[in-house]
Structure formats: structure tokens, C-alpha cells
Ligand binder design. Structure first.
Ligand code: MN
Ligand code: MN
Length: 267
């Protein structure tokens, strides 16, 4: 990696695989607006300025109409020498992202924050629904460990999928277990904003009360020493947001992930 880390931002305004409500396609432009409106400075809690201390490149949005086109479009842009942050879109984008990364870089774990496991074999007949990406990832063996945090909606079918694939699940009830996690490999971080409590993140399609508190998760993220090779922030639905507060959370997470990527490259 070069001394000045390269961080690429890619928007994927795609929500055709949402099962309940559309709107997540509006998220990338909404988050960029919050990122650039001057309401917050560019400094992160790691002490780095994400624009000044990195070569931060906004590559714009992928114009995707069919889910099957996502893999080719992402794979043509991904390079393992650089860090990437993807803005969804619904969570269906994570499978083609991980498949694209796995083509060029193996040996990473996935840390996934969500109210839902997204492990359905299919949802209403669709294997590429936003309820299914982690079933596809695990079937194809695209990561070593899958660690899910914030889960609070496990069905019997999903419990079977968890056992079948050996997924490590830290439910909301047992959230304190997050501090016992031993992370040993580079990480891909996938953040579904509905993992947070709707009080902090109302701008999502699926409200699941009793969720994560941003401060707690930001502190945990900042404590991670492993390299973060790439991340996604998905499921912001601007139509349901209040005063862009969920958008501000998405931007905060984006900024802190950048700070952590810079810190790792600078050490
Ligand atoms: Mn979810
Ligand atoms: Mn999800």
C-alpha cells in the first residue's frame, strides 16, 4: 500500500431486492449530501482527517438496473491494494461485493451488524433478496468467519442456517459477548443501519426496536486492530428518515471507518 492510503467510495443506488419497502436507492446521494453540506468537519475520532490524510476518491454511483449486473460492475472496479467503502442500496448488494473481493483477495472474515441474519435460503422465491446475501456468501465459502452482531429476529429456518453454516451470532440479548471476540484476520465490515435502534436510526425500511446504540458500536469499531479491507453501509431509506439523522449516522460511520483504514495504513 502507498504511504497515503487510498480509500474509494462507491454508491450503489439499488433497492430492487427489498422485500417490504423501496427507498434505499436514494441513500448514496443522501449520504453524500450530508457528507458535503458543511454540518460536520472531516476529522475522525482516531485523530485523522479522512480527506487530508488519505487519498479519498468518490467514484460516484454504479448505474445498475439488474442484480445480475452488480457483480461485473463491482469486480471491474475493485482492487485489493486499495480500501473501499460501498454505500447501498439494500443489503442484496453485499453478496456481489464479497464475490468480487474474493476473486482478488481471500482470507478475510466478515463482521456484520444487523437486526436480521439475512440468511434465508430464499425469500418469497428469490435467492437474491436482501434477506439472503449471507446464505449465498456462506454456500460459496467466500469468507472464513461470519460474525453477526445486533441480531433480534431469528426464525427457526434461520437458526438452522446459522448451524449449517457455522455462523457466529451475537444477539442483542448477549451483546456484551462482543468484547470476548478474538479477531485474527483482515475484516470486511457490513453495516445494515436497521441493526441500530430505530430511536437512533429511523430512516430504515424495517424498524426493529431494542437495537444497537451508536456510541457502543463506534467504540467497539475503534478498538479493532485488524485491517479493514472494505465495508458497506446499507439500508438507509431517506423516505423514512427524520431531519437526516440516520443519514448523519451513516456519514459518521463512513468517516470513522475511513479513520480506521488510515490508522492501519499509517502504523
Ligand atoms: Mn436488517
Ligand atoms: Mn440486512
Amino acid at each position: 500500500m502507498p504511504n497515503r492510503p487510498v480509500i474509494n467510495l462507491i454508491g450503489i443506488p439499488y433497492d430492487q431486492k427489498s422485500s417490504y419497502m423501496r427507498g434505499a436507492a436514494g441513500a448514496p446521494s443522501n449520504i453524500r449530501y450530508t457528507m458535503n453540506d458543511g454540518s460536520s468537519n472531516d476529522w475522525t475520532e482516531t485523530g485523522y482527517n479522512f480527506r487530508a490524510d488519505a487519498d479519498f476518491r468518490d467514484l460516484g454511483d454504479l448505474q445498475i438496473h439488474e442484480h445480475q449486473d452488480l457483480f461485473k460492475e463491482i469486480a471491474s472496479r475493485y482492487h485489493p491494494e486499495e480500501a473501499f467503502i460501498f454505500l447501498g442500496g439494500d443489503h442484496s448488494i453485499t453478496y456481489p461485493i464479497i464475490k468480487s473481493i474474493h476473486q482478488k483477495r481471500q482470507g478475510f472474515d466478515i463482521l456484520h451488524f444487523d437486526a436480521h441474519t439475512d440468511l434465508y435460503h430464499d425469500f418469497e422465491g428469490d435467492q437474491y433478496s436482501h434477506a439472503c446475501p449471507f446464505a449465498r456468501i456462506m454456500e460459496e465459502g467466500l469468507c472464513h468467519r461470519l460474525i453477526q452482531v445486533g441480531i433480534r429476529t431469528i426464525t427457526r429456518h434461520q437458526q438452522e442456517q446459522i448451524e449449517k453454516f457455522g455462523v457466529e451470532v451475537i444477539t442483542m440479548r448477549k451483546l456484551a459477548q462482543i468484547h470476548q471476540l478474538k479477531l485474527t484476520r483482515p475484516l470486511y465490515i457490513s453495516i445494515d443501519l436497521d441493526g441500530f435502534d430505530p430511536a437512533y436510526a429511523p430512516g430504515v425500511s424495517h424498524h426493529e426496536p431494542g437495537g444497537l446504540i451508536p456510541r457502543e458500536i463506534i467504540n467497539y469499531l475503534l478498538s479493532i486492530e485488524q485491517e479493514i479491507i472494505a465495508a458497506d453501509i446499507v439500508e438507509l431509506n431517506p423516505r423514512r428518515d427524520h431531519e437526516r439523522m440516520t443519514s448523519a449516522l451513516a456519514y459518521k460511520l463512513l468517516k470513522e471507518l475511513c479513520g480506521m483504514m488510515i490508522r492501519h495504513q499509517s502504523n
